[in-house]
Design a protein around this ligand. Structure first.
Ligand code: HEC
Ligand SMILES: [Cu+2]
Length: 314
């Protein structure tokens, strides 16, 4: 059988949880069984084709109706293998799906095109989350728009994130490190950019982070930069290049043409309204309803920060 060490280093992402090792071992088993079956079937096919090929004009193939022993073996051995894969798969699946009751719970929200996280003490973060090493963690996940899927390759676990209901997954990361999260359900233009990092750190580091105000001592414009890189970067550039939404360079103070024929000078009120009620005024040439509202998601400090940041992009 493939050793899990070699699978992880050569063909697979790192295994950061026990479940990941179990998934890989089962996967290795299936791979080896399939390989052996393939060799037996294709090898047998070639062997018999050569061995029983027509030698002379009047070759006679003996008539064989059946062979009870052989038929039993080629039914019963696969049956055992199928049952073994089923039971083994069921055990690993059960482990993958059943969260321990003592898990640290974190709320996760997917929205085009980023992930945000909320901890019980009120600490929130976007595009990255911190968890202590060796801790059972349960994510309770929802979507604000379309179906997304929270996928952590190194943990070998993935769960759809659906509007209108909560789904969950759990993990226990055994190794400190940064692990990549992908969205694994096509959710529009910037789907492939819908990523996050899970930082698995020591318990002290985690407690530090959890109690830490992420914007402490930061000037507003830097708060805005953080908001931008975690929440707006999927759709807005810092140049005058348009992406999904308008580029931000030089936008502040400019006269903006709107859908419907009117125009408006971009000031603090307009930016604030664009963040909280994006469809109130839609920039000419851009689709309505693509920018999600950030009402209830950004604090006043973050909104002011975003305004300052946009203002700074001359
Ligand atoms: C899913 C894509 C998307 C995300 C994410 C997004 N926006 Fe937008 N944004 C748009 C689109 C599309 C428009 C143009 C249509 C409109 O006005 O609603 C727009 C327009 C704007 C405008 C008006 C710009 C102008 O030229 O007049 C502002 C200001 C703005 N967004 C701010 C933000 C901020 C701040 C964030 C992050 C907190 C953000 N947006 C996140 C898509 C997005
Ligand atoms: Cu997505």
């Amino acid at each position: 059988m493939l050793s899990s060490a070699s699978t992880s280093s050569r063909f697979m992402p790192p295994q950061a949880t026990e479940v990941a090792q179990n998934v890989d071992t089962l996967y290795g088993f299936l791979l080896v069984i399939s390989l052996i079956s393939c060799v037996l079937v294709i090898g047998g096919l070639i062997y018999f084709a050569v061995k029983y090929r027509r030698h002379t004009e009047n070759d006679k193939t003996p008539y064989i109706s059946h062979n009870a022993t052989l038929e039993f073996l080629w039914s019963f051995i696969p049956f055992l293998l199928f049952m073994a894969s089923f039971v083994w798969g069921w055990i690993v699946y059960h482990q993958l799906r059943t969260a321990p009751t003592d898990a640290l719970e974190v709320m996760v929200r997917g929205q085009k095109w980023n992930w945000t996280f909320a901890y019980k003490n009120g600490r929130t973060s976007a595009s990255e989350m911190f968890v202590p090493v060796g801790q059972n963690v349960r994510l309770i996940m929802g979507s604000s728009d379309v179906i997304h899927s929270f996928y952590i390759p190194a943990f070998r676990t993935k769960q759809d994130v659906v509007p209108g209901r909560y789904t969950s997954l759990w993990f226990n990361a055994e190794k400190e490190g940064d692990y990549q999260v992908f969205c694994a359900e096509y959710c529009g233009d910037q789907h492939s950019g819908m990523q996050a990092k899970i930082h698995v750190v020591s318990r002290e580091k985690f407690e530090d982070w959890l109690g830490n105000d992420p914007y402490k001592d930061l000037p507003l414009v830097e708060v805005g930069r953080k908001v931008y890189t975690s929440r707006c970067v999927a759709c807005h550039t810092l140049t005058d290049q348009k992406a999904v939404g308008p580029g931000w360079k030089g936008v502040f103070g400019r006269k903006e043409k709107l859908e419907g024929g009117s125009d408006i000078t971009v000031d603090e009120n307009y930016v604030r309204e664009s963040i909280l009620d994006p469809n109130a005024k839609v920039v000419l040439g851009f689709p309505r309803g693509v920018m999600p509202t950030f009402a209830g998601q950004l604090s006043e400090q973050e909104i002011s920060g975003a305004i300052e940041f946009i203002k700074s992009l001359k």
